[in-house]
Each structure stands twice: as structure tokens, then as C-alpha cells.
Ligand binder design. Structure first.
Ligand code: HEM
Length: 296
């Protein structure tokens, strides 16, 4: 329980640092930085391994917590005759199982809204695009931004396997036929000689827009539908972060105690750091949807 709990605290710090980019890096640069970060997090082998350790830790933490609660209930099926719990334990410490269950509900919702859509669902996931305004062109051009840093016009490109960009050979052939008609003498590429479907590169999944469309109150974002439940989502996230804060308020220092770190000099400091952690980390997590909701 203690080890998985402390490991999950380090996950929270990493996850928070990555997600704070959503509010502290703005504009096209910020969006690019976040989507590059998300790509790195799901492609780097060491991080992938760490993700699996996170999933296993969550599972073990839940099972351990469940068993501990049952053991405690078995050990004292009847409550104390004189029961004044507020006198010697905090509200958070007495309700760790309830708080943990509420966090589990949050996590299930969170994974369904973000992780499932980005990683598991076979539904088409919008890729990172941006708009350029060529000086002589009649209309703006939508471009894909690839993992190699190339810019590829969206028009005439098809996406396969989620992120791979290929020339839409049918459209290309049609364009060549039109050009041939218009300029009969001109030397044009011979499609039969060309690779019919050359891969142009790999695009980034647009997780930045996914999060902004989820919490942003009045906009659809880059292929994601407008979320009419954004306010409910915001309230749910803020309440969930309060719950997480209470869970950590007791859980952080309690993990050290369970590991046998109990020392007159260190324990008060561990408690203080735990209280700071319990306020700062969930507080900053809550700030993300609040800022997005207000500004977008
Ligand atoms: C407002 C705050 C948060 C935002 C914007 C956010 C955003 C995201 C996004 C976009 C993903 C998908 C990443 C991907 O699949 O590449 C994700 C995954 C995840 N989130 Fe959050 N998150 C937030 C808070 C939290 C909190 C508080 C927890 C835990 C209590 C949490 C736990 C997770 C977990 C376990 C994953 C899966 C990680 C993995 O696959 O390695 N998130 N989050």
C-alpha cells in the first residue's frame, strides 16, 4: 500500500508537470509542445514501461486498500462504546476507503475521456493541424505537422493506421489529368511510374485539442465536437481534486509510517511536506480545467 502509494505520488508530479503545459504554454507553440510531449510519453520505451508500472501500481493499491478495509472491519465489527473520533484522528484518515473509491470513480471517467480515446479506441482521432495563409492564395491552407517537423497540406492526404499520412493517389491522379487537359504539351509526373501511395510522414495525435474541447465551454476544437457538459466536467474535476487532496493529506505521511520511518526529528517534517503536497498537487491539477474553461 505504502510503496504503491508513494510511486503514484511520483506519477502525479510527472503527470502534473506535463499537463501544466496546457495552461502555461500558449498559442500554436504551446499546442505543438504539448502534442510533442504526449507523443514522446506514448512512444519512448522507458516511459512506456513506466506507464505499465503505473497501471499495475493503481491495481495493487486498489486491491490492497480493499483488503485492508475488510481486515479493519473484521478486527472491530462493533464500534467503540465511547467513540469520539475527531479527538484522535483526522476526518481524512477515517475515510481513506471512501476517498479512494471516489478517486477510482474519477480515474475511470478520466481514462474514458482521455486515455481511451487517445490510445485504445479505434475511432478516428484528429491529428495536429494548423492553418497557414499563403500570400497569393484565395483561402487559408490547413497543414499537418509531422513528427519529423515537416509541414504537409491536409488536402490530398489520407490518414492510415491512426497517424500515418499518405498521398491520396486518386485525387493526385485526378489533378494530373486536369493539368494534362489544361496544358497538353507539359511534362507531368507519370503516375504509373510513381509509387502509388508513398508515405509522407507521421502526424501527431491532437491531445491538446482533445483536452481543450473537453473543458472549453463554447468551442468545438479541430475536429472534436463542442462539449455541452464542460461546466459539469469542470465541477467534477474540481471536486475530485478536493477528494484527492484529502486522500493525500493523510496518505502521504502515513505511507512513510507504514514503511517504518518514524522518527521524532523527521516525522513532523514528513507530515508538513505531505500537507504541502496534498494542497499543491491537487490544487494545480484543478487549476488546469478552471483556466481552460474561463479562457476558451
Ligand atoms: C486536469 C487535470 C488532468 C488533465 C488535463 C489530464 C490529462 C490526461 C491526458 C490527456 C491523458 C492521456 C495521455 C495519453 O494517453 O497519452 C491522461 C492520462 C492519464 N491520467 Fe490524467 N489528467 C489530469 C489529471 C489526472 C489526475 C488527477 C490523475 C490521477 C489521480 C490522472 C491519471 C491519469 C492516468 C493514470 C493516465 C494514464 C497514463 C498513462 O497511460 O501512462 N490524471 N491524463
Amino acid at each position: 500500500m505504502a510503496l504503491t502509494g508513494l510511486f503514484l505520488c511520483t506519477f502525479l508530479v510527472g503527470h502534473l508537470a506535463g499537463n501544466l503545459q496546457l495552461v502555461f504554454s500558449t498559442g500554436e507553440e504551446g499546442k505543438r509542445a504539448f502534442n510533442e510531449y504526449a507523443y514522446f510519453m506514448s512512444h519512448n520505451p522507458a516511459i512506456k514501461l513506466l506507464s505499465y508500472v503505473t497501471y499495475i501500481s493503481i491495481l495493487f493499491h486498489i486491491v490492497d486498500g480493499f483488503m485492508l478495509t475488510i481486515q479493519n472491519k473484521k478486527a472491530r465489527p462493533v464500534g467503540y462504546a465511547y467513540n469520539k473520533p475527531g479527538a484522535n484522528s483526522s476526518m481524512a484518515s477515517r475515510n481513506m476507503a471512501v476517498l479512494g473509491t471516489l478517486i477510482l470513480v474519477f480515474l475511470a471517467t478520466h481514462m474514458a475521456n482521455f486515455w481511451w480515446k487517445a490510445k485504445v479506441s479505434s475511432e478516428k482521432f484528429p491529428l495536429h493541424t494548423y492553418t497557414v495563409y499563403p500570400p497569393m492564395a484565395e483561402r487559408p491552407t490547413e497543414m499537418y505537422y509531422t513528427v519529423k517537423g515537416d509541414a504537409i497540406p491536409k488536402e490530398g492526404v489520407i490518414v492510415k493506421e491512426g497517424t500515418k499520412l499518405f498521398i491520396d493517389s486518386k485525387m493526385f491522379e485526378q489533378q494530373i489529368a486536369v493539368m494534362k487537359q489544361m496544358n497538353p504539351g507539359q511534362q507531368l509526373p507519370d503516375m504509373s511510374q510513381m509509387n502509388k501511395n508513398p508515405e509522407l510522414g507521421e502526424g501527431y495525435k491532437d491531445l491538446h485539442s482533445l483536452v481543450f474541447a473537453f473543458f472549453g465551454h463554447d468551442k468545438s476544437k479541430q475536429g472534436f465536437p463542442k462539449n455541452d457538459m464542460a461546466l459539469a466536467g469542470l465541477i467534477f474535476y474540481v471536486i475530485s481534486m478536493l477528494v484527492l487532496g484529502f486522500h493525500l493529506w493523510h496518505g502521504f505521511s502515513s505511507a512513510f509510517q507504514s514503511l517504518g520511518v518514524n522518527h521524532a526529528a523527521y516525522t513532523p517534517w514528513i507530515k508538513k511536506i505531505g500537507y504541502g503536497f496534498a494542497i499543491l498537487v491537487p490544487g494545480l491539477f484543478a487549476l488546469i480545467p478552471i483556466v481552460i474553461f474561463i479562457t476558451k
